[in-house]
Ligand binder design. Sequence first.
Ligand code: WT7
Length: 631
Amino acid sequence: METNNNEKIYYPSKQVIDNANIKEYDKLYKNSIAHPEKFWEEQAGYLSWYKKWDKVLDSSNPPFYKWFEGAKTNIILNALDRHQTSANRNKLALMWEGEPGDTRSFSYHALNREVCQFANILKSMGVKKGDVVTIYMPQIPEQIFAMLACAKIGAAHSVVYGGFSHESLADRINDANSRVVITADGGYRRGKVVEMKSVVNKAMELSPTMEICITVKRTGVDVYMENGRDYWYHDLKGLPIASTKCETEQMDSSDMLFLLYTSGSTGKPKALVHTHGGYSVYTSTTHRMVFDIKPEDRYWCAADPGWITGHSYIVYGPLINGATILLYEGAPNHPYPDRWWKMVDRYGINILYTSPTAIRGLMRFGDSWPNRNNLSSLRLLGSVGEPINPEAWRWFYEVIGNGKCPIIDTWWQTETGGFMITPIPVTPLKPGSATKPFFGCVISIVDEKGKEVKTGEEGNLVIKTPWPGMTAGVYRDPQRYIDTYWKKYQKQGWYLTGDAAKRDKDGYFWIIGRTDDVIKVSGYRLGSAEIESVMAKHPAIAESAAIGLPHAIKGNAIHITAVLRNGFKSSKELEHELTAYMIEHLGPIARPEEIIFADMLPKTRSGKIMRRVLKARALGLPEGDLSTMDE
Ligand code: WT7
């Protein structure tokens, strides 16, 4: 085997191989794609079902594939209910640490009681099967209880990340026609209270469908509560309606489990739908095989539950597998840059799954911070969200993993539900490559016409066959689902990922990045059009173009080129004002790195902004084909 640039290959140690549940990839992979339905049926057999499926895969109406058709289940049956009658009942399900240092923990028994109470409260508020409940919360145990409670009663949750503004929250509430929102007064971040209920209050003013808001008291900040609309969670929990027993709703396999909004190339974020059956099988199988989870493990996915990583690999996959998870509320470097390393030490974490941004952010504080803590409990490390640069990879591997923990670089998307390209612990590793497809997944790199590109050449990453974790589509917009993902290779029936990639001669995949106008900032996904449409609302702005440019910590940062309306003059003050405007209207994650002013934007003759030209100019690269550019 060779690396791209003759770099070192990291082979698994004898200890890793001895410890591994799956010792060989190739044969199992070959079998899995030769008989995918058999493979997935076998995996589904690890789970409990109220009623088994009539058909593993119904592909009568592509691309709307249905997995485990005819089956009756609920993800809660597997994530909670079945653990109540096994030894897992007494096992730690959730260990939690708040940023100020307060801790709480829950066994599977205790977690189930909390979820039942929350579910009964939601029911008493009239929430029923098929409703969408919006969750806008800090990373506290109640965030997870709320998600599980919705699932239990057959309502779909729509978790909106706490870094979004009240307008972004209102857009998502309105798009989903959500009646009920669950929030907290606030959460802690870098030693300060980040208010949330006040954001929800502002969002509700813009949301005609909103009737009820349940608020968890976390920080004690003053909040405005309106009679008949607002309820404190702790008040409701004290009422007889909040019984600790609650029947789990029986769902069809393809019934909706949750919506999750994500950015694409158009202005409006879209809600992707995931379902009870296929998603249960996919998240638990990938989590079990890739993280090689053992009963004694303490597993920490340091993402926010508000993103797909948290949904699949903090909450559902691990809980289905009966794992012990850790959730942490705050910043990785508060009060000191070894907060995370202290927690790895204190909780005896065996598996740590995080993002390149977080790794780079902690790496800049130097080795002494991790080195003063005992990290020897770590067995596996994971990375997700964007390509990991080899320097960060090696630091993670050598300094955090002490040269003994394989790095599981998982490529996947909100749409895929779970890992698609990833090593398993015994896979030889090349820093920066997500290695090979997961079992049952057929993935390829093709040119514009659909022809497989040559080894080492760049092309579009496509997924050629259905998999159980795949989204069921865009909420109430089937056409948008087809147009965005399936139209380009409609003839072949392939799913377009939106990523460019290449494959080396060992069959290893190297992800290059997005080919559409999606910008990955600190691993978070933002659309150029989404940013530009907020800019356009500012009185000084005629039009603008947002691009992503490389950033040492964030991976990419937002750079905006703006054209001013007549009568406005460019200035530093205006740049600051526009930055504040973006943060207020889209949220802190959309903070632009730089706003520059120009007289006009490069456009095609049909009027489309040529963002790639702006990008090439900023990077000092050739501007490429300019034949379509308007003179
Ligand atoms: C996009 C999906 C999947 C959970 C978090 C992000 C990029 C994701 C990797 C990786 C290179 C990666 C891709 C993808 N991406 N993981 N390991 N290596 N790129 O989910 O917000 O839906 O974003 O993230 O560009 O298309 P998401």
